[in-house]
Design a protein around this ligand. Sequence first.
Ligand SMILES: NC(=O)c1ccc[n+]([C@@H]2O[C@H](COP(=O)([O-])OP(=O)(O)OC[C@H]3O[C@@H](n4cnc5c(N)ncnc54)[C@H](OP(=O)(O)O)[C@@H]3O)[C@@H](O)[C@H]2O)c1
Length: 332
Amino acid sequence: MATMRQFRLAAHPRGRGLLDSDFELVTLVRPQPAQGEVLMKLRWLGFDPSQKGWMENYGGYVAPMHIGDVMRGTGIGEVVESRNPAIPVGTLLSGMTGWSEYLVSDGSGFIAAEPALPPTAMLSILGLTSLTAWHGLFEIGKPVAGDTVLVSGAAGATGSVVGQLARIAGCRIVGIAGGAEKCQWLTQVGGYDIALDYKAGDLKAQLRKALPKGANIVYDNVGGETLDAMLNVLADGARVVICGAISRYETGGKPQGPGNYFNLVFKRARMEGFILFDHEHRFADMRRRLTELAVAGRLSWQIDEQQGFENAPATLRRLFDGSNRGKQILKV
Ligand SMILES: NC(=O)c1ccc[n+]([C@@H]2O[C@H](COP(=O)([O-])OP(=O)(O)OC[C@H]3O[C@@H](n4cnc5c(N)ncnc54)[C@H](OP(=O)(O)O)[C@@H]3O)[C@@H](O)[C@H]2O)c1
């Protein structure tokens, strides 16, 4: 009987970094598609920091993960057997595949790859991180031409798209990232006007120098000390978009709160968080507009492609030590 491998949750990584032992690699019999279903072979996996939050059951905004559950995540599968005439063999489908070498589905919740772009675009420039960038920037940040937009985690999958969309909206963009190489990418390829390296020290001083008139929009992917530093440089009426707090994983799992939140009062500013999944009804429209920009060559994106299904846990960890260069994916 044909077999396949699957990663399952073996422990909840609360208050600590990810370990190999948080995942169990099991071998099992490959499933058979029923009438109306297809069998997909996993081709790529996409990785998001929120996967660690899902493993911890942190936040309560998605169904809890239990020990033994298939590791949850996005991916692209190729249809290798079809009992659904609407989905022929060879179709590439993107969606919540989980970490499983094969899966059966009736296709609901999956979308076909965009033919005008490479298949991996479904996980990167057309994937959840770009939709996150779009929603947070346009629906909460509400950019106006001439605004200054400050982005943390700027070289990552979400941050790099936020900057480029803000630039298209006519804004000046300032990004914060870790290390000279990422900062160079931001200004040379990513379209950022200024890149600040938080690892080079005194971020508050760097921000004061780069933003003498303050930021009209702050788009935060990092939280903690970085958010605190950014709240020092608000312009009057600023909008602070709380997208993520990846630094919380360093502080035992809970985000460190901003010490100077009261600057929101002095600057008549607003701070708002969001969960992308609440806006699923708008995904198709956002994806269509991102596709137009990408096909027209108006967006650049970096893909960090690791290899081998068995390396999925190590690939997820790359997001938490900053090893990833752009959207983290894995070719299975
Ligand atoms: N609200 C939502 O619905 C929603 C949806 C999707 C994603 N998000 C959030 O968006 C953020 C970005 O996600 P992404 O998938 O685009 O990941 P990403 O930015 O491509 O990768 C994560 C980056 O975070 C930075 N980082 C890691 N640990 C850090 C720390 N302790 N302090 C500062 N920076 C750190 C690293 O960049 P450096 O090398 O520059 O440090 C790393 O490359 C995450 O916080 C994620 O949870 C939110």
